[in-house]
Write a protein that binds this ligand. Structure first.
Ligand code: NCD
Length: 304
């Protein structure tokens, strides 16, 4: 992968063949997790985790993946403790950290920062989420999980809610699904949180049959349902967004007799899935989170 990809900024860079290579490597990595096998392939590497926005899964699974490959990790959590708070530019930070580490994973609240950082990075840089824009490693986890649970990545009818406008996980997964054939996506949420028309058109132009609705009941017609919390930190009127919570929530009773074979959520879960769903066979979100380890091990081993 390294010979074709220096940085991973957008899922657009990962076509079907490249995704296939990542998934095959993730399968190999998964095999080393049980029974536990000690790997040393990155023993001479240092991985930098620069997380300037809150994170649990992404930072911890990258850290754990690096540890399982034998790499050392240096990290920043939050802007306050970093020189960004003194006014340093992201470009200067990346140039410096690029001299300390062999690969950088970056999360930042501003859309487009990952591309700016990659443009000056002397080492491979992975986008760990840039504002409302993209979250390509999450999309790889999501695609890998769908493939694992349903055995295919085409001919899917996927319903996604509930904040298509601000959810970078939804953006990247839509783009990722557009690399496979005959996929149909129904975006569900309050009208003010729909995907802007130009982004919807772009997905249609890529061959993804995308449409939008306010009606959460329509999710129950889909084979795969992918939900993500309202991204309150990116919604101008977060108070108003809280009022949507009641209408946009999936409970176990909703799924009874529905077509839904698989229910995913990049997590954190806040309100969008009721706890009583967790016991259902379709509830795959904790298996999905666990897949963060083999996928991120694969990415680090291929790019570092
Ligand atoms: C997502 C994110 O950070 O975009 N979390 C994650 O990485 N699993 C989803 C979210 O924060 O809602």
């Amino acid at each position: 992968l390294r010979h074709v990809l220096d940085h991973l900024i957008s899922i657009d860079q990962v076509d079907k063949d490249r995704a296939g290579e990542i998934f095959a490597t993730a399968d190999e990595m998964a095999a080393t997790l049980s029974p536990r096998t000690r790997l040393t392939m990155l023993a001479d590497r240092v991985i930098a985790l620069l997380f300037f926005e809150p994170s649990s899964r992404t930072i911890l699974s990258f850290h754990a993946a690096a540890a399982r490959l034998g790499a050392a990790v240096i990290e920043h959590r939050g802007v306050e403790s970093s020189s960004l708070s003194k006014g340093e530019s992201i470009e200067d930070t990346i140039r410096v950290v690029g001299a300390y580490a062999d690969l950088i994973v970056l999360r930042h609240e501003q859309a487009g920062v990952a591309a700016r950082a990659a443009a000056v990075s002397p080492v491979p840089l992975i986008n760990g989420g840039d504002g409302h824009n993209e979250h390509p490693t999450q999309a790889l986890i999501d695609l890998y999980t769908i493939r694992q649970e349903l055995g295919r990545l085409d001919g899917l009818h996927v319903g996604m809610g509930f904040d298509p406008r601000h959810s970078r996980s939804i953006h990247s997964l839509c783009r990722g699904l557009s690399h496979y054939s005959d996929n149909e996506v129904l975006l569900v949420g309050p009208r003010e949180l729909w995907l802007p028309p130009e982004q919807e058109k772009e997905l249609l132009a890529r061959g993804l049959a995308v449409s939008q609705t306010e009606d959460p009941q329509r999710l129950l017609e889909c084979e795969v349902v992918y939900v993500n919390r309202f991204q309150e930190e990116r919604i101008a009127d977060a108070q108003a967004a809280r009022a949507f919570r009641e209408r946009y929530c999936i409970a176990a009773a909703d799924l009874e007799g529905s077509r839904v074979a698989l229910l995913l959520d990049p997590l954190p879960r806040v309100h969008e899935i009721a706890i009583d769903v967790d016991e259902l066979p379709q509830a795959a979100y904790f298996r999905q989170a666990a897949n963060g380890i083999p996928i991120r091990m694969a990415l680090l081993s291929l790019l570092a």
